[in-house]
Design a protein around this ligand. Structure first.
Ligand code: ASP
Length: 435
């Protein structure tokens, strides 16, 4: 075992004391001796603190300056993640593919050493959440294991391509486990990449990891798999806690949802609309019947390309026009301006916006109010921006607009992007709210 995460002076004193992560050690400071298990540190954690797990289960940090001596009293075991036997599978259940992408959900923790590892096989998943084996016949595929802040449009593309393979292979549903921070960007991106999917594609995350008593990992996963296996819905959805209760989950449309809280389990809310279904005490309640209908275009098509030369800019007092100009000069092909109020940007930015358009860039307007719709005909600022050529994007959420723009730039000719962006393609915008 190594001294994962330790650097500088601490690495030196721990190496001299011949300690490894997981060992029982005693730290002697000027005032006392503290016994515990040496824990790993995160890659970017500060270099000045050693982390010790005490006998009572709490972790404490001890400043390197206070350490007089380290005594090794027992060598620790490697983190162990033995795979338990697969629980009995009920025959004839719907087939669900679970695609792992990372985040808090579906990770395993070795409580002694703090080692964290992604759940990699269906056997492990069944063991951790045995309820799943009576809901669906599950196959798992770990596509990547990243925090969602590290997602890029290339990851979206890979996920969409894998979902398309699952559709061709005849699965009944797909569940994608994902970090929560950018889950709603991915749900939007997939909604555009997958036209008329014949099955539910369900994104799910967890706000609290499985080592915490209030974890939502298992309940969210069970609800997501249930919805994927049994709902007969078609489209891309997000399943997360609905409120404070442990057994009520909301199912949101992939293009109408946003993370609205940093830590609550019910952080995800449908915006400018209602959840399309609920999973309550193990029962699916469909609230929006249209999610089961065949989409107009009929057969499934994959549009997996994205062009990330698009920017989402928040307008604020003092917003400097050079931001837009510099980005255009650096090759950015489209902008979502998250304007103030009904969709406004300062007069000082008009020149840069006109410049962007003269270079062929798309400029669309959403509102930073989050709720409501842009309405650019009310004030002269809005009318001026409309006359310059800024496109109002109705009640489309800014994150959805960004994903849609990257998708439009990736799959269609520049001349078509304006029309695509202002048309409601997948329920991302309510048309009556367009102006
Ligand atoms: N930062 C993490 C992520 O989005 C949080 C989570 O896993 O929910 O991946």
């Amino acid at each position: 075992m190594t001294l994962e995460g330790y650097r500088g002076k601490l690495l030196e004193i721990l190496s001299n004391a011949k300690c490894s992560i997981g060992d029982d050690i005693v730290i002697v400071t000027e005032s006392r001796s503290i016994e515990g298990v040496l824990m790993p540190r995160y890659q970017y954690a500060d270099a000045e603190h050693l982390v010790l797990k005490l006998k009572n289960g709490y972790n404490i940090g001890i400043s390197a300056d206070r350490i007089k001596k380290i005594k090794l009293i027992g060598k620790g075991k490697e983190p162990s993640f033995a795979t338990p036997p697969k629980p009995e599978q009920t025959p004839g259940l719907p087939k669900v593919l679970i695609l792992g992408t990372g985040g808090t959900i579906a990770s395993r923790i070795d409580y002694r050493t703090g080692g964290v590892r992604a759940v990699i096989s269906s056997e492990e998943l069944y063991h951790l959440v045995p309820e799943l084996s009576s809901i669906a016949e599950i196959t798992t595929d770990i596509l990547f294991n990243i925090y969602s802040e590290n997602m890029t449009s290339e990851h979206w593309s890979k996920i969409a391509t894998r979902v398309a393979e699952a559709i061709r292979a005849g699965y009944d549903g797909v569940v994608i486990t994902h970090g929560t921070d950018t889950l709603h960007y991915t749900s939007a991106a997939l909604t555009f990449a997958l036209e008329s999917p014949p099955l539910p594609v369900v994104l799910v995350g967890a706000q609290r990891s499985s080592d915490r008593p209030s974890s939502d990992s298992a309940s969210n996963l069970i609800g997501a798999v249930k919805f994927a296996a049994e709902s007969r819905a078609k489209g891309v959805f997000v399943v997360m806690h609905d409120g404070p209760s442990d057994d009520e989950l909301a199912v949101h449309s992939g293009v109408r949802v946003r993370k609205l809280h940093t830590s609550r389990r019910d952080a995800f809310k449908s915006v400018n609309s209602e959840p399309v279904a609920r999973v309550k005490n193990d029962k699916i309640e469909i609230l929006e019947e249209s999610i089961r209908e065949e989409k107009e275009s009929g057969s499934f098509r994959l549009f997996e390309k994205f062009d990330d030369r698009a920017a989402l800019l928040k307008v604020y007092p003092g917003f400097h026009h050079s931001i837009i100009k510099d980005l255009v000069d650096n090759g950015i092909r489209g902008f979502i301006l998250e304007g103030t109020g009904l969709g406004h940007a300062p007069k000082s930015s008009y020149g840069a916006i006109t410049y962007a358009m003269s270079k062929g860039a798309f400029v669309g307007m959403t509102s930073q109010c989050i709720n409501g719709s842009v309405r650019m005909t009310v004030y002269d600022t809005g009318r001026d921006l409309l006359s310059i050529g800024v496109k109002p994007l109705g009640d489309m959420l800014s994150e959805v607009a960004l994903a849609k723009l990257m998708w439009a730039l990736g799959n269609f000719d520049t001349s078509e992007v304006g029309d695509i962006m202002t048309k409601n393609l997948r329920g991302e915008m309510q048309e009556r709210r367009l102006l």
